[in-house]
Design a protein around this ligand. Structure first.
Ligand code: GRF
Length: 217
């Protein structure tokens, strides 16, 4: 069996998707290992959660740097020190430079709480309700420089109910996120995802059934 993919999870806050990735990575046959959790915010609650799982954490506070390049250079040093080969963004609220994104091209993924390309950016649940869509959900994609864009790896859809508020819809989407993100990381780490042009191709026979996952791949 190939060596486990060494993954860093980058967070800025609560870290519930990070926790889902950590829990999945502790399953016997999971092909990736979370070797580092890095936050740009010292107060991120997810740091405590990661520590409770015994995972190394790093704070790289963007406020301590005069520009994005020096902030990213410090992050790169941390990633290099842990021999990280893949990055999963999980609620990481900093835009990255073109250079950083290029250095991690097809080795950095993000989870976004909408069915992209609908509703990139913030307040996705409010905007979904306003638009009156009947299906909403989440997307995992390779990161490109434009915000919330890049080849889609997996999506999970949830219904929008007549009585939904932004909070109730967010909770339904979040539960789907927690299933989708580990599934996508697994598919990548198993070598079942390839990028062709600007589309990600997911090999047939993906193990979504084993996760009881609502993903539409
Ligand atoms: C999630 O909704 C994720 O899709 C978005 O930011 C939120 C992070 O939540 N990118 P958490 O920190 O993983 O709980």
């Amino acid at each position: 069996m190939a060596a486990s993919l060494r993954v860093a999870v980058l967070i800025s806050g609560r870290g519930s998707n990070m926790e889902a990735l950590i829990k999945a990575s502790r399953e016997d046959d999971f092909p990736a290992e979370i070797v580092l959790v890095l936050s740009n915010r010292p107060e991120a609650a997810g740091l405590r959660t990661a520590e409770s799982f015994g995972i190394e954490t790093k704070i790289v506070d963007h406020k301590a740097f005069s520009d994005r390049e020096s902030f990213e250079s410090e992050m790169s040093d941390c990633l290099r020190a842990k021999k990280v080969d893949f990055i999963a963004l999980a609620g990481f609220m900093r835009l990255m430079t073109e250079g950083f994104v290029a250095a991690w091209r097809n080795r950095m993924i993000n989870i976004h709480p909408s069915l992209l390309p609908l509703f990139p950016g913030l307040n996705t649940h409010e905007r979904a309700l306003e638009a009156g869509v009947k299906l909403h959900g989440c997307s995992v994609h390779f990161v490109r420089h434009e915000m919330d864009s890049g080849p889609l790896i997996g999506q999970a859809a949830v219904p929008v109910l007549a009585e939904d508020t932004p909070d109730s819809l967010a909770a339904r989407v979040l539960a789907a996120e927690h299933r989708l993100y580990p599934l996508c990381l697994r598919l990548i780490a198993e070598g079942r995802v390839t990028v062709e042009g600007e589309r990600a191709r997911v090999e047939a026979g993906a193990p979504e059934a084993a996760f009881g996952n609502p993903a539409i791949l």
